[in-house]
Ligand binder design. Structure first.
Ligand code: PLP
Length: 353
C-alpha cells in the first residue's frame, strides 16, 4: 500500500519514480527466506497440482508440538492479515465495539470499522505502551464491547508489555470479552520477554493469538500465518474463512522448512539487532531521540511534516512510513541490513539539514 502510495504521488507530481535503495516501509525481512525454505519451495513445485491437505495438517502438528497445544487449536491462513479480517468479521460483523489502545496496528480495527463497528481506544502510557489498567476501566464503563485488540510487541511503537502483566490481563478480561493478541513480531523477542499465551489457549481462556511468517521467516510475499485459540472458537471462526485451503502447497512446505530452521531465525534476529544499533547510534549523533524497540522497526519523532519527510526520503531512494499522533510527526523506519541503515542515515542527514 505504501509502495503504491509513492507510485501514485510521483505520478501526480509528474516525476520519474526514484530508484529505491532501501525499502524500509513495510517491516519486511531484508535477508530473504531461509536457504532450507528455498530448497523446499522449489521441490514442492512438483506437487503444485495437488491440494495441500496433508501439508496443512503437518504444519499444524508441527506448530502444536512446539507451542504445547493441539492441531485443532490452530487456524492456518495466507498471512495473519487474513485472520485479522476474519476476526473483525466474526466478532463485529453485526456491529458492536472493539476496545484497544492507539497508536497500534489498525488493520483489524479498520476492517471492523468497515463493518460499522465502533473503535473505543484509550491513550497509551508515556513510555508508549498499552495502558492495561485504563483498558480495564474502559471495559467496565462501556457497554457492547465484543473484542479487545492488543498488539504485542506493538506496531508502530515497537514496545512490549511485561509478560506477567499481559498474561494476567488476558486471564482476567477474557472471562468477559475475548482478547485478540497480535504477536506478529514475537519472534524478535528474547525468551524472557515472551509471554506464553498459548498456555492460556490450552486452559480454555477466550484468547486468540495471531502469528505470521512474514517477519522473522521472511515470507511476506509467500503469505503464511496462523491463529491459535480454543478449539471451539477455531471451529466457529473457520466458518468465515477458507483457512489452509487458501494457501499454496509451495508456501506451506517452505513454511515447515523455515519453522524448523532455528539457525536462520537466530541469524535474522542477530542481524536485526546489529542493524538497529547502527540506526540508534546514527540518530543519537544527529540529536534525535527514539522509542527503544523490541522489533524490526523503530519509531522516532521528526521535525518536519510527515508527507514532506516521506516524499523527500523517497526522492533520496529510501522508503519509510510516517505517522501523526500526540501532536507530533513521527517516522517509523523498518530495520534493513546494516548497509541499508547507513543509506537511511545518509538520506536522513540530507533531508533534515
Ligand atoms: N500484524 C501486525 C502487527 C503487522 O505489523 C502486520 C504487517 O506488517 C500484520 C499483522 C500482517 O502481516 P501478514 O498479513 O503479512 O502476516
Amino acid at each position: 500500500r505504501q509502495e503504491q502510495a509513492f507510485v501514485n504521488e510521483f505520478a501526480r507530481l509528474g516525476e520519474d519514480l526514484p530508484v529505491l535503495r532501501a525499502r524500509l516501509f513495510a517491516n519486511e525481512n531484508p535477508h530473504g527466506i531461509s536457504p532450507k525454505a528455498r530448497e523446499a519451495l522449489i521441490k514442492a513445485i512438483d506437487v503444485g497440482n495437488r491440494y495441500a491437505f496433508r501439508e496443512g495438517a503437518m504444519l499444524r502438528e508441527m506448530i502444536a508440538g512446539k507451542e504445547g497445544i493441539k492441531p485443532e487449536n490452530i487456524l492456518l491462513c495466507a498471512g495473519s492479515s487474513e485472520l485479522l479480517m476474519t476476526a473483525a468479521l466474526f466478532f463485529t460483523g453485526r456491529g458492536g465495539k472493539i476496545l484497544t489502545s492507539r497508536p497500534t496496528y489498525d488493520d483489524l480495527l479498520d476492517c471492523a470499522s468497515a463493518f460499522k463497528a465502533e473503535i473505543v481506544s484509550v491513550p497509551q502510557t508515556k513510555e508508549h505502551r498499552y495502558d492495561l489498567n485504563a483498558m480495564k476501566a474502559k471495559l467496565a464503563s462501556t457497554e457492547g464491547i465484543k473484542l479487545v485488540y492488543i498488539c504485542n510487541p506493538n506496531n508502530p511503537t515497537g514496545t512490549i508489555l511485561p509478560p506477567d502483566e499481559l498474561t494476567a490481563f488476558c486471564k482476567e478480561v477474557s472471562q468477559t470479552v475475548p482478547v485478540f493478541v497480535d504477536e506478529a513480531y514475537i519472534d524478535f523477542l528474547a525468551p524472557a520477554d515472551r509471554p506464553n499465551l498459548a498456555k492460556l489457549v490450552t486452559e480454555g481462556y477466550n484468547v486468540i493469538l495471531a502469528r505470521t511468517f512474514s517477519k522473522i521467516h521472511g515470507f511476506a510475499g509467500l503469505r503464511l500465518g496462523y491463529g491459535m485459540a480454543p478449539a471451539k472458537l477455531v471451529k466457529e471462526i473457520s466458518a468465515y474463512n477458507r483457512g489452509e485451503y487458501e494457501i499454496s502447497v509451495t508456501t506451506i512446505t517452505a513454511g515447515m522448512a523455515s519453522y524448523n530452521d532455528q539457525d536462520w531465525q537466530n541469524f535474522c534476529r542477530t542481524e536485526n539487532a546489529k542493524a538497529r544499533e547502527v540506526l540508534y547510534k546514527g540518530l543519537q549523533q544527529l540529536g534525535y531521540e527514539y522509542v527503544p524497540s523490541y522489533t524490526n522497526f523503530v519509531l522516532f519523532p521528526i521535525r518536519m511534516k510527515t508527507k514532506t519527510f516521506e516524499n523527500q526520503m523517497f526522492r533520496n531512494g529510501v522508503g519509510t512510513q510516517t505517522r501523526d499522533f500526540d501532536n507530533q510527526p513521527w517516522c517509523r523506519v523498518s530495520i534493513g541490513t546494516v548497509d541499508e541503515m547507513n543509506i537511511f542515515l545518509d538520506a536522513f542527514k540530507k533531508v533534515t539539514s
